[in-house]
Write a protein that binds this ligand. Sequence first.
Ligand SMILES: NC(=O)c1ccc[n+]([C@@H]2O[C@H](COP(=O)([O-])OP(=O)(O)OC[C@H]3O[C@@H](n4cnc5c(N)ncnc54)[C@H](O)[C@@H]3O)[C@@H](O)[C@H]2O)c1
Length: 363
Amino acid sequence: MSLAELQKIEVTAGRPYPVLLGAPLEELGKYVQAHLKDVEHILIITNQAIADLYAERLKKGLLDYRVNLLTVPAGETEKSLERLSQLTTAALRCGADRHSLVIALGGGVIGDLSGFFASVFMRGIRLIQVPTTLLAQVDSSIGGKVAVNHPAGKNIIGAFYPPLAVWTDFTTLESLPWEEVENGLAESVKHALIADASLFDFFETQQESIKQRDTMIWREMVTRSSTVKVKIVSQDEREQGLRALLNLGHSFGHALETVMNYHGVTHGQGVSIGLVAAANLANAKGLITTAEVERIKHLLNTFGLLTEIKDQDPQVLLQLMQADKKNQGGRKILILPQGIGQAVISRDCADSEILDAWKQVIK
Ligand SMILES: NC(=O)c1ccc[n+]([C@@H]2O[C@H](COP(=O)([O-])OP(=O)(O)OC[C@H]3O[C@@H](n4cnc5c(N)ncnc54)[C@H](O)[C@@H]3O)[C@@H](O)[C@H]2O)c1
């Protein structure tokens, strides 16, 4: 495949950059050669499991460069200032300088950590995101948010640092365990709910092919879902308005993840229950019909995503939503679906309405 044949969607906010879809790992070197000046040294940042699967394919195209592979352990806890400091030491030992290029090879954890590293190392060095999970391909690699966590909360220390390109090789998804697929599906369904009713129809009609990992259907799913994210961040890179819609389901989901101490419910499951709770609240406000709420639940269930949870106290969950960092001036900011394919920012949800929405998902 020649570089000219790659499917490209452009993020047009700030400094524009392409999301290149169906881009083989082996070809990234050619892209770097053609588009980036003065690259001599490349740092590939990943974890060992991903390196075992994909580093050789990536390195095959980078023979003209001095390449160092830096691996970090897997897991959310690696998004830390301690790991950032260790990466800095390792990068300096490799002779990294201001002209080095970082390639973030992995899921959202690697993308966020490596992206934040690239944003601060010597006041910022070049970055290419190579997402290898469904969530990273449709969501986290696009939009320039990079961060590490702090004991006070997730993604508290971060930056907007758009990559020079997002290089999406669909074939990396073949090795992804289904639980990780679910995390990406929850975000993809969310994208459809926010902005693309026909993508929601596509999920409904293609649910079996999606479950069977049909290659062509997955390509279309990733392409259409990433297009939603590209369009939204292109209009509102810095989350001044429209981008907030991407938080649909997340205020509820985060409260649930927090109360369960990030065990027993995955991020995708949390978002899934959050989407249903938000839909229940929207239903009570007359924004979405009961039949549409049932369609949403049915689709999420089809993919193995939870739409209800046992043994939770709605009051505790409500309290946790008080601490959501998206709130403003003590007011809860919630994103609600308006039918299927549109969403609105709501600033006037009463606690009683939020409690009722929780009660409907707690069995
Ligand atoms: N920056 C953003 O805009 C943004 C948006 C959404 C989420 N996030 C962040 O993304 C992170 C979650 O990302 P994630 O869901 O990709 O999880 P992850 O990065 O932890 O990856 C999940 C697991 O899959 C493995 N893996 C990755 N690619 C694989 C492959 N191709 N085959 C087999 N295994 C593979 C990883 O080693 C890891 O164990 C969170 O930290 C979240 O905060 C960021």
